[in-house]
Design a protein around this ligand. Structure first.
Ligand SMILES: [Zn+2]
Length: 386
């Protein structure tokens, strides 16, 4: 970390990449909307921020985690899509079976540019890690990253490739201990799977946990196979106040104890009030508070996106968080005039007001959650940390 006061901040973005990311069927137009608002606030021209071009991951880089079969299938899936009369005599049925096997049939349906998108999202988080490894920047922001559900050999939950796993693997070339914090409303199952047998990566996921809620894992019931895995299962209506309490009670002490060399934050904002998922009741300050606390730990930090299904809310939150990263705390409450201004009707305000949804995470429920966390960290805390 630089000793100077000004932080060295990189922001991974290009117009072309945002255009491709905006084709992701789960988040149509989200990427361009997010970057346009951040730009409209003047944050991309701030002297402390450096715009860094995205980078495509090579086949070799993707296969550091993903199976070769899956990546090769992904790279030709569009061609197969286009040619109905395939010379390889692939029947429609067997093609559907293959799409299903690789998780590309339902949630993560094939779109034009899917392979290029996957290479860019993975390559950009790997690049973020390299910038940190080279001590070129203190904080790298990659809002199009954070695809925490993708598995080794398949897409899952709107995530085609797991850029987070690949980024953390890159960080491990330099850092002995990496802490991963996942604030998305869904369990960070893909990242947990990848690192469940090592104590060199501590994964901490705060998520909504209820029967039938995707992905259904992350109960917090400890398995003795897992080493540095902490799950914080929460109930409906999570408020800013409760998130802040949990952060202070669980996340901060873990970071002090674990003493990571670098931190990766997955900042999915699908827990915000007004998100179509409707599970939590957070506002932009809820995420901002967590980010501010993490920044006080003074560790190299990669900030990634994630879920967020109300596009304008996601843009507001990421603009606010970008302003916090820069240390510019006074961005206007009024949405600035720009190309997508009309999308912010009727109020054109940055703030997102919590609803009347009851916070079911009562103090007595939280006691249970804290006990669960203790059981999960017993093994970890017995390990001698330098
Ligand atoms: Zn999510």
């Amino acid at each position: 970390m630089s000793s100077s006061h000004a932080k060295r901040i990189a922001y991974i973005y290009s117009k072309e990449y945002a255009g491709l990311a905006s084709l992701l069927p789960s988040n149509i137009d989200r990427s361009i909307t997010v970057h346009a608002l951040i730009d409209a606030y003047g944050l991309l021209n701030h002297p402390d921020i450096t715009i860094v071009s995205p980078q495509k991951a090579t086949l070799k880089e993707l296969c550091r985690y993903h199976s070769r079969d899956y990546i090769e299938f992904l790279q030709k899936v569009e061609e197969n899509n286009a040619s109905d009369e395939n010379e390889d005599c692939i029947t429609e049925d067997s093609r559907m079976d293959q799409l299903e096997e690789y998780g590309l049939r339902y949630d993560c349906s094939v779109f034009e540019g899917i392979a290029q998108y996957a290479e860019l999202v993975a390559g950009s988080t790997i690049k973020a890690a390299r910038l940190i490894n080279d001590d070129a920047f203190d904080i790298v922001v990659h809002w199009d990253g954070g695809r925490h559900h993708a598995k080794k050999d398949m897409a899952a939950g709107f995530c085609i490739v797991n850029d987070i796993v690949l980024g953390i693997m890159e960080l491990q070339k330099v850092y002995d201990r990496v802490m991963y914090i996942d604030l998305d409303v869904h369990h960070g199952d893909g990242v947990e799977n990848a690192f469940q047998f090592t104590d060199k990566v501590l994964t901490v996921s705060l998520h909504h946990y209820a029967e039938g809620f995707y992905p259904g894992t992350g109960s917090g019931i400890s398995s003795n196979k897992t080493k540095a895995v902490v799950n914080v299962p929460l109930k409906s209506g999570l408020s800013q106040k409760t998130l802040s309490k949990i952060f202070d009670q669980v996340v901060e002490p873990l970071s002090m104890r674990y003493n990571p060399g670098a931190i990766v934050l997955q900042c999915g904002v699908d827990g915000m009030a007004g998100d179509p998922l409707g599970k939590w009741n957070l506002n932009i300050q809820s995420y901002g508070d967590c980010l501010k606390k993490i920044m006080t730990w003074k560790r190299p930090l990669i900030i990634l996106g994630g879920g967020g299904y109300k596009t304008t809310s996601t843009a507001k939150c990421y603009a606010y968080l970008t302003s916090i990263v820069i240390g510019k705390q006074d961005i206007s409450e009024e949405i600035p005039e720009h190309e997508y201004f009309e999308d912010y009707a009727p109020d054109f305000q940055l703030a997102i007001d919590p609803s009347r949804q009851v916070d079911e995470n009562t103090d007595s429920n939280l006691e249970g959650v804290y006990r669960l966390v203790e059981t999960q960290t017993e093994t970890l805390l017995r390990t001698e940390m330098p």
